[in-house]
Design a protein around this ligand. Structure first.
Ligand code: PNS
Length: 158
């Protein structure tokens, strides 16, 4: 089966990579898909996020990285993706993810599988990583080295 791990990945964290790695052990192929819709608080462009993901998951068997725009159900229909895989850190994530999972099933028959986030990564989010970095904190425990380097360069701290 082919799975998709969609997200903003601004930037990719160790929590994301844990979910991608576990998904790749459950499914034959995993497409890590960066949503192209940018927000005003974005640190990296979607293209930069794809680059960082490619650098960090390159070499993992069956894992590819792509940019997508439009509806997730349309992308999955057009690219023969069977299932969405998402990490769930806490109840609030379920509140956020459940309507999307239900509507994706209703709109496109697209199923969603949730993986419980590994406990050590449960408090980590891209949003908090960006905030910590912008305020001068050390994000190296939470993101791959290539990402920490890019964050430092982007914020002019390294
Ligand atoms: O990092 P996030 O916030 O979990 O990523 C959200 C993302 C990109 C996975 C989600 O916003 C998404 O699926 N967007 C595609 C547009 C879409 O299909 N929207 C309708 C969902 S029911």
């Amino acid at each position: 089966m082919r799975a998709i791990c969609p997200g903003s990945f601004d930037p990719v964290t160790h929590g994301h990579l844990d979910v991608v790695g576990r998904a790749s052990r459950l499914f034959d192929e995993v497409v890590v898909a960066v949503g192209a819709n940018t927000s005003k608080t974005a640190l990296f462009t979607p293209e930069e996020r794809v680059e960082m993901l490619t650098e960090t998951v390159a070499g993992r068997p069956g894992v590819t990285v792509t940019l997508f725009s439009g509806l997730l159900v349309d992308y999955c229909r057009d690219h023969d993706v069977d299932v969405v895989v998402k990490g769930v850190r806490r109840a609030a994530d379920v509140d956020h993810e459940l309507p999307m999972a239900q509507l994706n099933e209703r709109m496109g028959g697209l199923e969603t599988v949730w993986l419980p986030t590994a406990a050590q990564w449960a408090p980590v989010s891209s949003t908090l990583v960006r905030e910590i970095a912008r305020l001068g904190g050390d994000v190296t425990p939470f993101v791959p080295d290539v990402v920490a380097t890019r964050i430092a360069a982007r914020l002019g701290a390294g």
